[in-house]
Structures are given as C-alpha cells and as structure tokens.
Design a protein around this ligand. Sequence first.
Ligand code: NOJ
Length: 568
Amino acid sequence: MLKALILSGVILIMCALTPLGGAQQNKVDEQGHEWYHHAVFYEVYPRSFADSNGDGVGDLKGITSKLDYLEHLGVDAIWITPCFPSPQVDFGYDVSDYEAIDPMYGTLADFDTMVAAAKKHNIKIILDFVPNHTSDQHKWFLESKSSKTNPKRDWYIWRDGKGPGKPPNNWTSTFGGSTWTLDPTTGQYYYHYFYAQQPDLNWRNPEVHKAMLDCMRFWYKRGVAGFRLDAVDTLFEDPDLKDNPLLPGKDKFGFSNENEIYNKKLPEVHDVMRDMRKLADEYGAVLIGETWTQNVAQLNEYYGDHNDELQMPMDLMLTQFHALAAPPFREHISALEDAGGWPVFVISNHDITRSYTRWGGGAHDDQIAKLAATMYMMLRGTPIMYYGEEIGMANNDPKRKEDVQDPQGRRGWPKEIGRDGERTPMQWTDGANAGFTSGKPWLPIGSNYKTHNVATETADPNSILNLYRRVIALRREESALRDGKYFAVNPRDPNVFAFVRTDGRESILVALNMSASAQSVKLDLKAAGVVAAASKKVMLSTSGDGAIAADGTVKMEPYSVVVAKIGQ
Ligand code: NOJ
C-alpha cells in the first residue's frame, strides 16, 4: 500500500514536471526513429490556403476548416509560414510581434482552436520562426533606433559608415542593393540581409538570445510541435565587417556577385542551433531548418556533430535541379545515403518555382507530377510537401510589373519577377475563385484551376491527388518504405532512376522513368539482395500493368512509375 502511494506520488510529480505541449507523442520506435522521421509534412502559406471571412486573404479559421482534407490526404504535420503580426512587407517574414497572431489571420483563440482541432485529426502544428531579423516596426527596433544610448541599441547591428554616402562595407542584400541603410536620426547604418524593413538582430548579444528563445517557449507552451527556422545561415556576421570577395558577374538586381564568406554560415550559427535544440528537447519538439547548401557535406553540418542541432535540416538541393534526369537525381540520393543523416526532401516551396512547372514541359506534366510524388514519398527520409503540389498547381507568374505584389519582383523586374507565381490561392473547386474566397483573392487564381482542383481530382481515380493519397498510404503501411535500406538499381541507366527499399522481410522496387520516351529496362536486383526479380505484387503503376518479368524486365511509358513488391 505504502509502495503504491509512493509510486503514485512519483508519477504525479513526474507529470507535473513534464512540459505541456508537443511532448506527449514522443515515442521512439525500434530503429530509434521519432515521429517526424515517418511523418509527412505539409507547408501551408496562410495567405493563400483558405479564406473564411471573404477578405481575399487566407486565415487560421480557413486552415482549421481544411483539417479533414489534410487528414484524408495523410498529412501528419503542417508547417504554417509566419502568421504573427507583421506589416507584411515580406508577407509575414517581417515580424513585429513574436507572441501574437496577425489580426488578418485571426486571434490567439483561433490559434488555440486550430491546435486543438488539429490534434483531433492527429495533425501537429509547426510554426515558422524568424530568428535572423525582425520587422523595422517591432518595438525592439523602434527602441533600438531611437538613440545611440538606448538599452536596445545593441540588439541590432549598427555601425558608422565609411564616409559620406558610404556604407560600412560591400555586403549586398539577397533582395537587392546594400545590406546597410542609413538611419538619419542617429547618423548610423543598420544591417539587413533582406529588405531594409527587416533589420538583423544581433545574436552576439545574450539578451537577444534569451528573448528569442523565450518567444519559442511561448509557442511550445501553446502546443506547437516544433518550428521551421527561417534563414538560419544568416544569423551571424563577421564582427570586423570585412568586405566579401567579389565574384564575376552581377546579381539579378544589377549588383556585383560576391562570395558571402563574412556574413553567411559563420560557425557561431551552430551554437545557436544547439541551444534551440536543447529547448526543443524539453518539449519533445522538432526543428526544421531552412538550410540552403551547395552540397550534402554542408547540409550534414546542420545535424550537429553529436546530432544535437537540427533534426530536420531541409535538403533544398533538389529544387535546384531544373529538369528531370536519372543520373543527377541518383547521384544526389547516393550522396545523401552515404552521408548517413535522415534526409528531408522538399521539391517546392513559397520561394521557388513550383515543381509542376519546373519539371514539367507541356506534354507530360501530370505524369511528371506523379513521378515526383512517388520519388520523394518512397525515398528514405521525410518529405515536406507544399500546398497545392498534390493537385498539380502550376506557377502563375505575373506578366506585368504593375501586377507584382512581392517587393523582390518589383525591385528586380524583369530579371527577377518575384515569388507571386508560386503563392497563388489553393485550388479547391472549379467554381468562383477556385473556392478559395468569396471576396477578391489577393493574388490571381492559377490558370489550371478548372481541371486541377481538389473537388475534381477527388472524383477522378487517376488524378495526381489520388496518387498522392496512395503513395502516402503506402509509406504508412509498408515498413520497407518507412525504415528499409536504400539500394540503387541499374546505377548507370541514363533514363530510369530505380531503387529498392528493403527491411529484410519485404523488398519494394520503385522505378521512375525520367525520360520522355518509353523504356524497356532489365533490372539487375542482385545488389539489393533480391534473387527472384519478378514482381510479386504491383502496388502502383502509371504505366500499363507495371509487371516485372521473371528476367527483371519492366516496360515503362514516358515519365511513368512502377512500384512493386519483389523477391521471395
Ligand atoms: C526565407 C523565407 O522562406 C522567405 O520567404 C523570406 O523572404 C526570407 N527567408 C526572409 O525571411
């Protein structure tokens, strides 16, 4: 009896010490995998997802109303791009208050309702945290710029110029022009890697560090399961402000290209990642990084030497492949496999031309969209989808400068047209405004909405949407796809990218014809340890019956896919 009382006391104390929020479902499986390793993530751009009040801009209530849809699709977690108060110069990436919801999107109560509703749908909420910079309207910056002696002066990066009209150094903003803007009140320049309305925080100041981690804690306590971290590689700058070496040529805004060695990817970034990870671990939360890298070795650094940084640094490299072709895709996946991290696949997002447009060429666009879906849902790793990808939304780029909303496009037109094209409203129906809003949508609806929308595609068994549902379900059902090893098949084939996923019990072949012509390929499955090549069961085919003959031959239509169980 006494023992039972002590035990229940211990349990009660342990419960009281367990932080609220995302920690509850933090189970590790036999392979040591956490929930996010097997999850499907889905990026929601809140302005464009679903508008509940007819003002032409999406909102949180709109997202809540679509949770049934997302659950049915098979999504486990949604990442919502910034929905905090913001002047919207960079559509939310200029945050003026990290601990509230922009009234345009709703209220904190709407947020709590969304989190609770999402939980009922087994969907976790990931927010977008913007650590590098605030809005110039954030109270911290308003204080900081008010005088040189303000206690928040050192929360941002202020420096004297080199002389009249001369900024402190040659660094140029990724959004065009100098990274320095002169503030007339104090006669000093402040630093901004992005727009002038997005001043960089000074992460060398411990007060900034603490304040920002407190903001994260605020949301963990409200039940968020993690964060996507914006622009992590820009957090630190060389304290001596050394000029970056110039590279040949000009950027899209007409400024000299430079090698950003002094204001990007500084080693101190990793200290912050480690601290953020410690905090995330307190809440069982996941950190996803916006980690732009040139190669897999660079990407690997973001996991941390002791796996103590980001659990999910995004591999954004596939988005830079401008055409489908088996050899480079295979090579990239091999490099990821050799590196040993848990890959995080992204094929589109709100800054990049949609994959449907990037990889499509006209005649085979829907087939290509299905191929892309099959590829990244069946590789070893975690996929992060972008809203609308599952229905084949295409880019709808502005045709005239006066129509452009994204300041990047207004500034860089016509070489840089901005990112409006990939941010158009979600296409729900073939009706007015594609069912997105009863008002005037903030961006024009994509041109293929009559055929590529949720309602129409739900009714069509061969649609892109139903293929996504199928491949996501397969991922969930088949342990070989969740945890199995990866083996490249026919590694020199110039047209068909094929691989086997095997967990020792089951082997699943995935063949992707990345060419515009029909192929007949004899698969050599010995390297994958498979003796009998013939398909036991074709699980998915966009190419006739998809059967694999006893000698390993499979016939594939242009850009088709075959997924089959093989082996004994
Ligand atoms: C990356 C975000 O994805 C992009 O939309 C934004 O403009 C920049 N970071 C600046 O926050």
